[in-house]
Design a binder for this molecule. Structure first.
Ligand SMILES: Nc1ncnc2c1ncn2[C@@H]1O[C@H](COP(=O)(O)OP(=O)(O)OP(=O)(O)O)[C@@H](O)[C@H]1O
Length: 303
């Protein structure tokens, strides 16, 4: 596995107080990784160290297989900060040209990339407008365009959807998916856990500067605990078969909730269909990231 980010025992102290402690992190190239934690958990400090903006007190870190101090490595890193101070007097395309040149693109590359980036974030046709006339959502999107103007291999996005309406969120989610499709690694800080659940391959929960848990979302959440099902008729024969798969609570009209035992969702569906019943609904329920987040932070936050 080629790693885009690798840290060992990374630590940052401010005035003797550790705000990031012994952080071991591995993010594979091409994955969308969610870095989650409550306010003050040490997320921004970690990102700043990974960007070379803050010097670690101790520990090791590698970005794209090299040192973040190396300009040749930073050339392939993009960043959208949470509270971007936009140059509001600039037009959208001037702003992107400015950042493209800062990132090392030459005039020809910038001329090519600016319209493509505006298009990708749904702002084509608005490049000649000054940023001071942009809505919050448009600013967020032009900020995202700035983070990817130079075709980075690794992008850090800090709360990229917080200022956006539901349509804007879907658009950003699609942009993240298309970045992933083109092999870009995305490191996402977000408090919007439903967004994270839909976007990320893996997540790490951090609090008190330490990782509480990390892994694939499916593995962390585990299998569904119960299913809500609707069939045309819950016959005594079907009921008997379902009881071998879990505990059935019927609520009439062919509806029932099945607390799953060892069986999984396909077992239940095939049992129903094989019995000759018609299956209208089958909804698996499991704890979501928010449940896990609250549980982990409450259990492990003060350690
Ligand atoms: N430059 C600094 N000097 C002193 N303390 C700092 C500095 N930067 C951050 N801290 C402290 O480090 C801790 C972690 O802050 P950090 O901003 O990394 O958290 P965060 O997880 O990003 O929080 P949020 O979700 O609120 O942005 C906080 O207690 C913060 O006050």
């Amino acid at each position: 596995m080629t790693l885009a980010i690798e840290t060992q025992a990374l630590r940052k102290e401010y005035r003797g107080r550790a705000v990031v402690q012994s952080l071991d992190l591995e993010v594979a190239q091409g994955e969308v990784f969610g870095f989650l934690g409550p306010n003050g958990a040490g997320k921004s400090t970690t990102v700043k160290m990974l960007l070379g903006l803050v010097k670690p007190t101790s520990g090791n870190l590698k970005v794209l297989g090299g040192s973040v101090e190396d300009a040749r490595v930073r050339r392939f890193v993009g960043f959208l900060p949470e509270q971007f101070r936009f140059h509001t007097w600039m037009k959208g395309s001037e702003f992107l040209t400015f950042h493209g040149r800062l990132a090392g693109l030459d005039a020809r590359e910038v001329a090519e990339r600016v319209p493509a980036a505006l298009d990708l974030v749904g702002l084509s046709g608005r490049g000649n407008d000054e940023l001071k006339g942009y809505s919050k959502g448009m600013l967020q999107r032009v900020g995202l365009a700035q983070a990817i103007i130079h075709n980075p291999k690794l992008v850090f996005l800090d709360e990229p959807t917080s200022a956006l309406d539901p349509i804007g969120r879907v658009e950003v989610r699609n942009i993240i998916h298309s970045l992933k499709d083109s092999g870009v690694t995305v490191f996402l800080n977000s408090h919007l856990l439903s967004e994270v659940e839909q976007t990320c391959d893996r997540v790490a929960f951090v609090n008190g500067g330490k990782i509480l848990q990390a892994g694939k979302i499916d593995d962390l959440l585990g299998p569904p605990k119960f299913l809500d099902v609707r069939v045309d008729k819950l016959s005594p024969e079907l009921l008997m078969k379902l009881r071998k798969l879990g505990t059935v609570n019927a609520s009439g009209g062919g509806r029932f909730r099945l607390q799953l035992g060892a069986a999984d969702v396909p077992d239940v569906a095939s049992t129903i269909v094989a019995s000759g019943a018609r299956l209208f609904e089958l909804t698996p329920h499991r704890p979501d990231l928010e449940d896990l987040f609250v549980r982990l932070v409450q259990q492990g936050g003060d350690k």
